[in-house]
Design a protein around this ligand. Structure first.
Ligand code: BGC
Length: 461
């Protein structure tokens, strides 16, 4: 049976969820901004501190390393202390490290600061979707959780624009420091937001959980939802052992698999190296390459909006499968375009397929991965399970960042993009066979599904 509690709420009564989702999505925005800002900032840092290429790589890579650490630590914290408190602490960390990196007197200081930024990103990257998922009504959960991905992609574009605006004065300190503004808004905003009612109930605070639920649903009639949440709260939890056990193993495989595929199909080579790719495709002027990169960023945002509008209507699976197919096709074309570097048309084919690739990611794997991992795990270990998938995601991100340039050297651009495309075919088959359809299902219903030992694909049926 598909549960629909919450489905009868008009959009108007969800005002509170809109506000809470928008505020917590500032965590996503900081994720995007702080990962995007470095591409422009590093040019000036390199000059100011006369960095060697190796140290420059450390400056760039330190955020991703920090994110892995943050994701490792964050899961237990969100389960133990609550989603809201952790988001507030993360905001403080973001603010502190924004100011710290802006003032950095030495490279070592800067690197440590960027690792701390990374820790905050690692925690925020999954705590934001977790919090939003747990406060959303069933029928709009896909939309609300995807606020996070919109904010993330928007954050990347804002970072590009800030870099562009401040490049005239070489203002890398301001580029970093400006992140303090959304950090403060996130921290202050969360003070006024309630804790997740689901987390409260799982910690034995049933009355408080119920009153939060009444407040955010705009009605006293929350009995059905409360009953379901209490059923999940009553489940014994063996934590690690339970997650690795036979009942939850499929959910773990889905989360970790999607985490890896989201990265090893190459998205961040485009996000981080787009100007270089454009230049090697024939757009030789740096400013045109940067403009084209901004275009990629905007398509990323726009197609995420399309996903947001469709996720609760057509479902997660169709968007994921269509998006992945688009990625595979565009990677094939992109690779082929680089086979004939002398053809003048190459640059347009390359630009077109790059746009198609990013658009396809934005409609599928981008938002759907973060959404699904916020939905498919049982209440009591949700933070921990999400953090495991998030660690996988950031580790794969690091791996791709470290290997992209070497791969291009060894296999050339065609070979590298085709390799990502091939992995994409594997990702598609994986998703087709294993990814469940969570549209219209309450989080508690999804948990019951796993506990009954059913196959993931039976979920949407
Ligand atoms: C991914 C990031 C990526 C971003 C691009 C996110 O879903 O996790 O690694 O940079 O999308 O939009």
């Amino acid at each position: 049976m598909t549960r629909t509690h919450g489905a009868d709420h008009e959009a108007g009564t969800n005002r509170f969820v809109y506000i809470a989702a928008a505020i917590s999505a500032l965590g996503g925005m900081l994720f995007g901004y702080d990962t995007g800002v470095i591409s422009g900032a590093v040019l000036f840092i390199q000059q100011d501190f006369s960095l060697s290429p190796a140290i420059e790589e450390v400056v760039v890579g330190s955020v991703v390393l920090g994110a892995v650490l943050g994701a490792v630590a964050g899961g237990t914290l969100t389960d133990r202390f609550g989603r809201r408190i952790v988001l507030m602490l993360t905001a403080a960390l973001f603010a502190l490290s924004a100011v710290g990196t802006a003032l950095a007197p030495t490279v070592t200081w800067l690197i440590i600061g960027r690792v701390i930024v990374g820790v905050a990103i690692g925690v925020a990257s999954f705590t934001t979707p977790l919090y939003i998922s747990e406060i959303s009504p069933v029928d709009m959960r896909g939309r609300f959780v995807s606020f996070n991905q919109i904010a993330l992609t928007g954050g990347i574009v804002v970072a590009y624009l800030v870099d562009y605006a401040l490049s005239g004065i070489g203002g890398w300190r301001w580029m970093f420091g400006l992140a303090a503004i959304p950090s403060a808004l996130l921290g202050i905003g969360m003070v006024f937001m309630p804790e997740s009612p689901r987390w409260l109930m799982s910690r034995g605070q049933a009355d408080k959980g119920r009153s939060v639920l009444q407040r955010i649903r705009g009605t006293d009639a929350v009995d059905e939802e409360v009953r379901d949440i209490q059923r999940s709260s009553g489940q014994q939890s063996g934590r690690w052992s339970e997650l690795a056990g036979p009942l939850l193993r499929p959910a773990m495989i889905v989360g970790i698999g999607l985490a890896l595929f989201q990265q090893v199909t190459g998205i961040n080579t485009v996000i981080y190296y787009a100007p270089t790719i454009f230049q090697s495709a024939g757009f030789e002027s740096a400013s045109v390459a940067i403009l084209a990169t901004a275009g990629v960023g905007v398509i990323n945002v726009l197609m995420t909006v399309v996903a947001l509008l469709l996720l609760d209507r057509v479902g997660r699976r169709p968007l994921l499968l269509i998006g992945m197919a688009g990625m595979v096709i565009s990677l094939g074309v992109l690779g082929a375009a680089f086979l004939f570097p002398r053809l003048p048309i190459l640059r347009w084919v390359a630009a077109g397929s790059l746009m198609l690739y990013v658009g396809s990611f934005a409609v599928g794997l981008g938002p759907v991965f973060w959404l699904l991992i916020s939905e498919i795990y049982p209440l009591k270990t949700r933070g921990l399970a999400m953090s495991i998938a998030t660690v996988a995601n950031w580790s794969a991100n690091l791996l791709v960042a470290l290997t992209f340039l070497t791969l291009v050297q060894i296999m050339g651009r065609p070979g590298t993009f085709w390799l990502y495309g091939l992995v994409g075919i594997g990702a598609w088959i994986f998703a087709y066979i294993l990814v469940p359809e969570t549209k219209g299902r309450s989080l508690e219903d999804i948990e019951t599904h796993w506990r009954a030992g059913k196959h993931p694909r039976e979920m949407g049926r």
